[in-house]
Design a protein. Sequence first.
Length: 283
Amino acid sequence: MTRFTKGHGTENDFVLVPDLEGTLELTPAQVQRIADRHAGLGADGVIRVVRALHSTDEAVREQSAQAEWFMDYRNADGSLAEMCGNGTRVFADYLRREGLATGDAIPVATRAGVKTVRVLEDGYAVDLGPWRLVDEEGARRDGFDVMVRPRHGKPVPALSVDLGNPHVVVMLPEGIELDQLDLSGAPEIHPAPADGANVEFVKAVGPGHLAMRVHERGVGETRSCGTGAAAAALATRFWSGVEDESPWTVDVPGGRLTVTPLPGHRVELAGPSALVADGDFPL
């Protein structure tokens, strides 16, 4: 039997599996079984909690001088992912509850580098680190760099944003609402990214305020995506032509997130975390 904790950040849910000394090898099939919403525990992703120095990834082990704990994140289909914005908050919440981390700033090792999580009165904020437009020259020339076709829809222009993991952001045109989208299957991206991408569909609510739905690679539609919310805000900020450091509010089906651009082309994500269940699961 394997111990687990179930948690979520704005209803983007995860199963955390403690493996502090790095003795457990989670296979893709095991991850799929854990994440299965009918025959398993149900989750958008699985997070193995392990000391960074025990990682099999040399780049992660090198982070152990800065961050004791590695968030080994897997998508629901068992594939490895660089990191997860909502997941970092749930991960930090778990570390604090278990007495594995203290203080108001918790460094977390990920496949996209060390992310520092700040403790807030009503949740957590994580510095997601540097971000970039994948094709900045094309984006500044045309306003977009790829086309996205939703299921049963027409192709629309989109902007590729890299936050350590890949995103493509679509601002829905007039006449198309978020609740009209069919996200039961992956939208088509042209040209297709080599490793796939999360696709965010966005509508403006007001100044500095967005609503969003997302289809995550390796998962499907989720109730929230933290790095996706950041990508959506940064893309909309780019399109607005006012690239200041004002915070953005992003409403997702599972709640509300705050995205704040930081100096040095970095970005911070803030939102809640909840640990909802503990138990044992047979692998």
